[in-house]
Design a protein. Structure first.
Length: 183
C-alpha cells in the first residue's frame, strides 16, 4: 500500500496516509483533516475550529490554566497510546484478544476432559495413553492457572488505566470550566 508522508497543519505532527484516503484524523491533536498533495505535502484541517489559545491580553492565571490544560491533554494521549501499545493484542485478522477468566476455565475443563478420555482409554488397555493422560491433565490445569493469572492481571491493569484516565478527564473538565468566560 502506498503511503503519503504528510504533516498536520494544525500541530505539525507527521501523518502517514494511504494514497486513496482523502480524510484522516491526526493521532496527536485529534483534528479531522483533509489530505491534499501539493509541492509541500500538508494535511489541512477539515473544519476550521477556533483553538483554545489564550488571547494576547490574557492574564497570568489564564496562561497557567492553558499550560495545564495542554499538559493534561498530553498526559491523556500518552496514557491512551501506552495502553494500546502495551496491552491491546491483535490477532492476524484485526480482532482484539483479551484474556478472560471464562476462556481460562474452558481451557482447564477441556484439558481435564481430554485427560479423562485418555484415562478411560488407558484403563481399557490401549498402549501409550497413560503418559498422554497425565500430560492432558497437567496441561489443562496449568493452562487454566496461567490463563486466570493473565486475565486477573489484565483486569487489574485495565482498572488502573480506567481510574487514571477518569482522573485526568475530570481534571480536564475542571480546567475547561475554569477557562470559560464568566457570564
Amino acid at each position: 500500500m502506498k503511503l503519503l508522508a504528510l504533516y498536520c497543519k494544525n500541530c505539525g505532527a507527521p501523518v502517514e496516509v494511504p494514497r486513496h484516503l482523502r480524510f484522516v484524523k491526526c493521532s496527536y491533536c485529534e483534528a479531522e483533516l483533509s489530505a491534499q498533495e501539493a509541492k509541500e505535502p500538508v494535511v489541512k484541517p477539515l473544519h476550521s475550529s477556533p483553538r483554545e489559545r489564550p488571547s494576547e491580553s490574557a492574564t497570568e492565571a489564564e496562561l497557567e490554566n492553558f499550560k495545564e490544560l495542554t499538559y493534561v491533554r498530553m498526559r491523556i494521549r500518552r496514557l491512551n497510546s501506552s495502553w494500546h501499545r502495551r496491552r491491546m493484542k491483535y490477532a492476524h485478522n484485526g480482532v482484539v484478544n483479551v484474556p478472560t477468566k471464562f476462556m481460562a476455565n474452558v481451557l482447564g475443563v477441556g484439558g481435564v476432559l481430554m485427560g479423562s478420555f485418555f484415562l478411560i482409554a488407558a484403563v481399557a488397555g490401549t498402549e501409550g495413553t497413560a503418559a498422554f493422560t497425565v500430560y492432558c491433565f497437567f496441561g489443562g490445569l496449568m493452562g487454566r492457572y496461567s490463563g486466570l493469572k493473565r486475565a486477573e492481571e489484565y483486569e487489574r491493569m485495565r482498572d488502573s488505566f480506567s481510574r487514571r484516565r477518569r482522573e485526568l478527564s475530570k481534571r480536564l473538565a475542571e480546567l475547561k470550566r475554569s477557562m470559560e468566560p464568566q457570564a
